[in-house]
Design a binder for this molecule. Structure first.
Ligand code: UTP
Length: 479
């Protein structure tokens, strides 16, 4: 094993070649432990990759090429018309068969920093459910238990963390006995990191002995799946279909047989769920057809004339908003991440506030964006997929993410949407729900996904129980 001084000598040369020697400027003031930590941080960085990104994405803003011909993408509706009823039925059966055969895994990306929510811990450990205050991770685990109850097979669960939250996340699961799952069926792995850059191209130091590193974006999940052995693990377990979702949306159906079945029946390599946009410029990615390829264009990059365009019947022309729920074929991820693969996901530049050390070694908290971070986005894989599929779902059924501490997409709106959904499901099953003058349910309501996964599931469960009565102000929990 190389000694500290050997490693230091190697790094001095390498950093000099890359014009990053400032990273070692506090070396003489560091303890041996701190020195080793700094070199460990440097070991994580791909300096060749960074050298070219500094030129194209840091010292200048990359030019975003907006193609001239952008069309709405083909898509499948949430509810099939008569022409597709048979297809949807077959898809549901196909998805259920794949599930029962153990071919499907759940995959949660949970490596983000969750800065906007400002919660001290991994976001999945945030308590969100309206009655029990169950955490996001618990609700997803219960979703998988519900899948097992209903379809007879519990899917394996892959969770991507990052160095920012890996230890806390795994400890959280151990402390909670894996929420009723077996420890060996939950697979944690860490994503890669990228350094933050000062505008002149130098990498930033977070402390005198720490590089300012942050997770490389949810798009980093594809490479991490390969490099951290998760694809091998899937292959060994006979898994060929990956149900991808984010850690922040407790309304998600962790495993959706219809979505999985459509993906399989149409031979799609990467499928995506969409919701009807709430308004023209809503901050969601837009599914578009660009040069014949399904592509997500970020709200900030979609020309206003397209964002506001209307069809002849007055409906919005670009109406499919991305909600970060996908099904990926394992073989697609293998192809994209194969050593020497020809196509790479593009890097995105974001200007962020990153605490950095000044020349005196003091950490300065910036009040305005001072550094550039580079991230990969998973939806950039869609145009690289064969036969990608877009399936609409109803927002109120499946999407209400916890992003901010307050206001839109906050714990308050997510809890409200969980209660509203529970009320709709109960009413659809013939259980009256008292409502206040504002029309909202007059009691906190919670249906664990372990109890029921959807309205039909709930109806079947309620049929075996004495009649339910929802009383104003009295919390109701079905778990
Ligand atoms: P967001 O884009 O909302 O980012 O992530 P975030 O880091 O969670 O929150 P902010 O922007 O700092 O407030 C969407 C999903 O992608 C995951 C997140 O954990 C979340 O599930 N993600 C994001 C990763 O897994 N890795 C990343 O590098 C970034």
């Amino acid at each position: 094993m190389a000694t500290l001084s050997d490693r230091y000598a190697d790094w001095t040369q390498k950093l000099s070649r890359h014009h990053q020697t400032h990273l070692l400027r506090f070396w003489t003031e560091l303890t041996d432990g701190e020195r080793a930590q700094l070199l460990d941080d440097l070991d994580q960085v791909d300096f060749e990759l960074c050298a070219s990104l500094i030129e194209t994405h840091v010292r200048q803003r990359p030019t975003v090429h907006i193609p001239e011909h952008i069309e709405p993408p083909p898509s499948y509706p949430a509810e099939p018309g008569p022409d597709r009823a048979d297809l949807y039925n077959r898809a549901r059966r196909t998805g259920e068969e794949a599930l029962r055969a153990g071919r499907v895994a759940a995959f949660t990306v949970a490596g983000g920093q969750g800065t906007r929510l400002g919660f001290d811990g991994p976001k999945g450990a945030f308590s969100i459910s309206p009655v029990r205050n169950a955490t996001l991770f618990q609700l997803f685990a219960e979703g998988l238990l519900g899948v097992e109850r209903r379809y007879g097979r519990r899917p394996r669960w892959y969770i991507m963390t990052s160095p920012v939250n890996h230890a806390q996340t795994t400890a959280f699961f151990a402390d909670h006995r894996y929420f009723g799952l077996r420890a060996d069926e939950v697979v944690f792995f860490q994503q890669g990191q990228m350094p933050a850059f000062l505008p002149d191209g130098r990498m930033a130091l977070a402390e005198r002995h720490r590089l300012a590193l942050s997770p490389d974006g949810h798009g980093g999940s594809l490479r991490a799946l390969r490099e951290r052995g998760a694809l091998d693990d899937m292959r060994a377990h006979g898994i060929d279909t990956i149900s991808y979702f984010q850690v922040d949306n407790p309304l998600v159906r962790t495993i959706d047989p219809l979505f999985i079945g459509l993906h399989l029946l149409t031979g799609s390599e990467m499928s995506s769920k969409a919701v009807t946009k709430a308004f023209d410029t809503e901050k969601v990615g837009n599914f578009c057809l660009v040069d014949g390829r399904v592509t997500v264009i970020e709200y900030s990059d979609l020309p206003e004339s397209l964002a506001t365009a209307r069809n002849a019947d007055g409906s919005r022309r670009f109406d499919a908003g991305s909600i970060a729920i996908h099904v990926l074929s394992r073989s697609f991820v293998e192809r994209l991440t194969a050593p020497g693969a020809r196509v790479q996901l593009p890097w995105h530049r974001a200007e962020k506030k990153v605490p950095t050390v000044d020349d005196a070694g003091r950490v300065a908290e910036p009040t305005a964006p001072n550094a550039v971070k580079l991230e990969l986005f998973v939806f950039d894989a869609i145009p690289l997929a064969e036969r990608p599929l877009v399936l609409f779902t109803r927002r109120e059924e499946e999407f209400s993410p916890v992003k901010n501490a307050e206001g839109v997409d906050s714990p308050a709106t997510t809890r409200r949407d969980l209660v509203r959904r529970a009320a709709r499901w109960l009413e659809a099953c013939g259980v009256p729900v008292p409502r206040g003058v504002d029309g909202e349910p007059a009691a906190p309501l919670e249906i664990s996904p372990a109890f029921a996964l959807d309205v039909e599931d709930l109806r079947a469960r309620l049929a075996t129980m004495p009649p339910l009565k929802v009383e104003p102000g009295r919390p109701l929990l079905l778990a």
